[in-house]
Design a protein around this ligand. Structure first.
Ligand SMILES: O=C(O)CCC(=O)C(=O)O
Ligand SMILES: [Fe+2]
Length: 298
């Protein structure tokens, strides 16, 4: 089948080799090799051997907390991991409601920061004072690790076991992000300008990485559901690996089956685990704000 050549546009950017050169010069070579499944696989093996045999790399696993995940004893960790290995994701876990309530209330009182323009405000100020004057796509909750439940989730005994099982080594690092995506009628162009990830892309968060996300508000197609392409963490054409990690919608629909395109909807507390090297994106929220917590283990 001959496919129409896609023009380079804001949702189909050209791979900017200046970015690659800058990454090499600043020592971030994981950004280059983390694209390739085999590199991620061999990096994991190498890291595991280092952690097992070299005392300098021995890790302190003593910092861990009782799990906040419900019904965790029913689900086998190896089963979850092999599910993700096959499908790129697993969406069958749930955070307890007490933790949901505490995190949401902290996210409504702490300072929010808009990285696109440096604005800072609280959630309660957003509706009355900010929204009428500024079109804002997303705002991050500052210092999320100050929220007790978030700190304890980063070191959650059960989640750490799953992340270790999937990665093949104990993840000593974890970037934690908690952010609001606001329901509004911003154009797609404006959302892109504000770095909202509404276009399919794959992440390259170092040599290997594993994401755990929690919906903290009820989420459906109209309130910012996360979408992903099942199996695409492994199944990507070479041309997709050698170009920008962000691709236009047509490339996804031309190359993957409609059955493999998954929309994750769920109530506040829904947790999904993802090999974020799969193609994924967020739907723009138009009806209700979305609050999402993301733990990026690497
Ligand atoms: O907001 C979402 O659902 C997707 C976020 C995302 O793509 C990312 O953090 O890499
Ligand atoms: Fe992403």
């Amino acid at each position: 089948m001959i496919q129409a050549k896609l023009a380079y546009t804001s949702d189909n950017p050209k791979l900017d080799y200046r970015v690659i050169i800058r990454k090499i010069l600043t020592g971030k070579i994981g950004y280059i090799f983390g694209r390739f499944y085999l590199c991620r696989l061999y990096y994991s093996k190498f890291k595991r051997i280092k952690q097992l045999f070299f005392s300098k790399n021995k890790i302190d696993t003593s910092l861990n907390f009782d799990t906040q995940i419900l019904n965790n004893s029913h689900i086998d960790i190896e089963e979850i991991s092999s599910h993700i290995r096959h499908d790129s994701y697993y969406a069958g876990l749930e955070l307890n409601q007490q933790s949901v309530t505490s995190i949401v209330s902290a996210a409504k009182t702490k300072n929010l920061i808009v990285s696109a323009n440096g604005l800072s405000f609280q959630y309660s100020e957003y509706q009355d004072k900010i929204k009428p004057h500024h079109k804002i796509a997303t705002a991050e909750v500052g210092k999320p690790l100050e929220i007790k439940e978030v700190y304890q989730l980063r070191y959650d005994s059960y989640l750490l076991q799953i992340a270790s099982q999937y990665l093949g080594y104990f993840p000593t690092n974890c970037d934690v992000k908690l952010w609001w995506s606001f329901a509004d009628n911003l154009s797609l162009e404006e959302r892109r300008r504000q770095f909202q990830t509404i276009d399919y892309h794959y992440d390259i968060h170092g040599f290997n990485f594993f994401y755990i996300s929690f919906y903290l508000t009820n989420v459906d197609e109209k309130s910012g559901a996360h979408m992903l392409v099942k199996g695409s963490h492994v199944n990507k054409k070479m041309s997709m690996l050698l170009r920008s990690a962000r691709v236009p919608e047509e490339l996804i629909t031309q190359n993957y089956s409609q059955n493999d395109i998954i929309t994750i909807e769920g109530k506040a507390g829904k947790c999904f685990l993802e090999d974020a090297s799969c193609f994924h994106k967020a739907l723009p929220p138009i009806e209700k704000d979305r609050l999402l917590l993301q733990l990026r283990y690497f």
